[in-house]
Design a protein around this ligand. Structure first.
Ligand code: TRP
Length: 449
């Protein structure tokens, strides 16, 4: 019964793209990407990022979708089915753990978006200057338990949707809300590009200084790319298992990659011209979003509404991502441990909140919750994005290229021969040789650095 309900999966082609793009497009594009770009010197990072998502992102995404649809299983069950009596399911287990850890830190920032919806609705930025807005942000994100409460609300909302099932909630809303987010971002980018700092902002984004590319840039770009596309942890294995047998996996992967990258670049086009205009440093981290954007809205006609709609959409973009994160854990708990969907959701949400509380409280200034010189939150973020996702991605392409093999891959991407997929041989070559090598080299160069 449970099985049948899940295997109904996504209703339409567009629904699959909307849900997978919904998982990909999120705080990672609008908050994390500009931060990484700012810290890594701008345009040089953008170039490396684009190379990573094209050359490695698409093949890895396709690998995950193939593993998921072929096995019709959650991320652990998939390896059990396709490679019985082997150690491969460990990749799935690590992915489930990774989903929990990412959700724990992700929900901290997602909670902030709720506070900013409230601030926007009460028009509290109106007429404020940068100093005041900065002060508000730093006092707010230092409040501790208020953040935990907002985070708990966000986790609860996620749990509510996941418990209801994905097809009627998320698939339906993603189809409307994701395009709306895109439109708003385009309008904001246009406004931002007419500010006095536009030239500087554009130069920062598009004039690469190649001397800035180091091993770290590569590691960060790969970490960001995998994070942003929701790769390396079995999320798209899980979603892939809900895709109909006659859908085209290759074109799905391309659409998701293109829309995700578009949103990330657009976020950069909104944020950097504004940041240079108002004097927010590119290295400012989260302040780039939570200080610069309210300033931008203050300069716009209809700023009140743009501000409100923007933060609502940001929360929704976050929600379509956290749903996918939670779904990874819930699919595992319900299929492998035979828990009901309800209990699986409750347990996974409670575990997330437990870890999340430490992540949230570790962001207070002077916190004792640190590991290796980083706050617990940043430590989790770094370990998941820069270590677990690349390793997961590496093992997944090796699994597909060497264990599952060419014939099964071709069968699955061509829908047993019904579809023509012109580049399939090249993609398989990348999966088997180039991707493992590239991921390994980037990963090791990062460790050495
Ligand atoms: N891609 C999401 C974002 O950019 C974050 C994320 C990483 C994610 N891994 C995931 C979302 C797995 C869903 C599933 O915001």
């Amino acid at each position: 019964m449970e099985e049948n309900k899940k295997r109904d999966g996504f209703g339409s082609k567009l629904g699959v793209i909307a849900a997978a793009a919904g998982s990909a497009i999120g705080l990672g594009n609008i908050c994390r990407f500009p931060c990484e770009l700012g810290e890594n010197g701008g345009a040089a990072f953008l170039l490396v990022y684009l190379a990573v998502v094209t050359i490695l992102g698409i093949p890895l995404m396709l690998s995950e979708l193939v593993i998921g649809r072929r096995s019709q299983s959650n991320s652990v069950g998939a390896f059990k089915k396709l490679a019985p009596k082997s150690k491969w399911p460990i990749v799935g287990y690590v992915g489930v753990l990774c989903a929990l850890l990412i959700f724990a830190t992700y929900s901290v920032i997602a909670g902030w978006t709720l506070e900013y919806i409230y601030k926007a609705a009460t028009n509290s930025f109106h007429g404020e200057n940068l100093t005041l807005i900065e002060h508000e942000f730093s006092t707010f994100h230092n409040t501790g338990w208020l953040n935990v409460l907002l985070q708990a609300i966000f986790i609860f909302l996620t749990g509510f949707v996941v418990f209801k099932g994905v097809q009627n909630g998320i698939e339906k809303y993603s189809k409307i809300l994701m395009p709306l987010l895109l439109v708003i971002l385009i309008v904001l980018a246009i406004r931002s590009l007419t500010l006095p700092g536009a030239k500087e902002g554009l130069a920062f984004l598009f004039h690469p200084d190649f001397s800035k590319i180091t091993g770290d840039t590569l590691v960060d770009a790969m970490g960001q790319g995998f994070f942003s596309l929701s790769l390396g942890m079995g999320a798209l294995i899980t979603y892939g298992s809900y895709v109909k047998k006659d859908d085209n996996l290759t074109s799905t992967a391309f659409s998701v990659m293109i829309s995700d990258t578009l949103v990330a670049v657009l976020a950069g086009l909104v944020i950097f011209p504004a940041a240079f205009t108002f004097g927010v440093k590119p290295q400012a981290g989260m302040e780039l979003v939570f200080d610069t954007l309210p300033m931008l809205f203050n300069q716009m006609a209809g700023g009140y509404w743009f501000c409100l709609i923007f933060f609502i959409l940001l929360a929704i973009a976050g929600l379509t991502s956290t749903i996918a994160l939670l779904e990874v854990v819930v699919a595992y708990l319900s299929e492998e441990l035979h828990l009901s969907r309800k209990w699986a959701t409750v347990i996974a949400s409670a575990a997330t909140l437990f870890i999340g509380i430490f992540a949230s409280l570790s962001l207070k200034d002077g916190t004792p919750l640190t590991i290796a010189g980083l706050s617990f939150n940043d430590f989790l973020d770094f370990t998941t994005a820069n270590i677990m996702l690349p390793l997961g991605g590496l093992l997944i392409v090796i699994f597909l290229g060497w264990r599952l093999g060419k014939t099964e891959f071709f069968d699955e991407v061509t829908n047993e021969g019904a579809l023509k997929v012109p580049l399939k041989t090249a993609v398989f070559f990348i999966i088997r040789y180039l991707a493992p090598l590239a991921i390994l080299v980037i990963f090791i160069s990062g460790l050495v650095n």
